[in-house]
Design a binder for this molecule. Structure first.
Ligand code: ADP
Ligand code: MG
Length: 325
């Protein structure tokens, strides 16, 4: 199978929204009048973001999911994406499930594959997504205000727990491993929630590197501080079933790591004024995504973690993932 057969066979599909898709030198896209294009790229590198033996269907899903998560964080509706792929070999047995995982998620979001590039080389997947958002209505990192509530969607830390188990550092019961592994390998981008939060949230970010670190980006961009109610945040780890109970069999410090600095969660962290609490809850219900109020935005700077008695915990201990730190 040559390069162009490969593209035709696995990646050339009819387009509906785009004016021109795969097959020419450029794709052509027209955002609707009054809309802005939201554009984001994310790259997945073997050995860094996934294991060499990962299920190709899950990898296809995740490569697009992490990109759709960025659109979700901006409150943008997915339109189209490009796929730049370096592959060690052109193997149908790998490409077929990879394309199926990728395109099933794409179809679920009406996001069309309109172009890309294909080359030989160590496995590397780079996707650029295009979304649209009414001009001026994108959710940004810079809009948080002192007094806003701080919210998180879904659950946190499950992906990291799976990673710890897959790398042999902890043992998980088979059902817990299966559930957390699903979170790690097939994350759900919160696209519907991002759309529902337009005009409700004052700022948003998607959680790819860990709650404390990613929240730090909102605080820096908005010029504010925040405090997190730590016992509430610790309930966000689904797999622990009741936080740090001894029966759960997890080390308390590991659970804190998972929730506060886990990475790969692809949930949304966002802020909204207290007057919007019922609107936020309605948005969560409408999308079938739980939302939890874990703290509030404060004037000043810095992030404080408070235990049940109002004592401060050393937040800097749970720093986020940084590829070059
Ligand atoms: P060029 O040489 O002009 O860069 P290519 O020969 O690389 O174009 O690609 C031919 C067509 O196939 C282009 O429309 C390109 O966008 C598309 N394409 C290449 N690789 C992929 C891929 N992995 N997924 C989707 N479209 C692709
Ligand atoms: Mg090319």
């Amino acid at each position: 199978m040559g390069e162009f057969d490969l593209i035709r066979r696995f990646f050339q599909r009819p387009v509906h929204r785009a004016a021109l898709g795969v097959g020419d030198d450029c794709a052509l896209l027209a955002p609707a009048p009054g809309m802005q294009l939201a554009v984001s790229s994310d790259m997945l590198v073997e050995g860094r973001h996934f294991f060499a033996d990962v299920d190709p269907a899950a990898l296809g899903h995740k490569a697009l999911a992490v990109n759709l998560s960025d659109l979700a964080a901006c409150g943008a509706r997915p339109l189209a994406f490009t796929l730049a792929l370096a592959l060690p070999r052109a193997e149908a047995a790998w490409l077929q499930p990879f394309a199926a995982g990728l395109l099933t998620l794409a179809d679920a979001h009406g996001c069309e594959l309109v172009g890309g590039d294909t080359t030989g080389g160590p496995l590397n997947i780079c996707i650029t997504v295009f979304g649209e958002v009414p001009a001026g209505q994108a959710l940004l990192r810079s809009g948080a205000q002192a007094g806003d509530d701080l919210w998180v969607s879904g659950t946190l830390g499950d992906a990291r727990l799976a990673l710890e188990a897959l790398q042999g550092r902890i043992a998980l019961a088979p059902d817990v491993l299966a559930a957390t592994r699903e979170r790690l390998e097939r994350p759900t981008p919160r696209v519907a929630l991002g759309l529902a939060l337009r005009g409700v949230a004052t700022s948003a970010i998607d959680l790819s590197d860990g709650l404390l670190g990613d929240l730090g980006h909102i605080l820096a961009a908005s010029g504010v501080g925040a405090c997190i109610d730590w016992p509430i945040a610790m309930q966000l780890i689904a797999a622990s079933q009741g936080g740090e109970s001894a029966e759960a069999g997890f080390d308390a410090e590991l659970l804190r790591q998972c929730v506060l600095a886990g990475g790969d969660d692809y949930e949304l962290a966002f802020t909204a004024p207290p007057a919007q609490r019922s609107a936020v809850e309605a948005a969560g219900r409408q999308c079938g995504t739980p939302v939890t109020r874990i703290g509030r935005i404060e004037a000043g700077s810095g992030l404080r973690l408070l235990d049940g008695a109002g004592r401060e915990l050393p937040a800097q201990r749970w720093a986020s993932f940084d590829h070059f730190a």
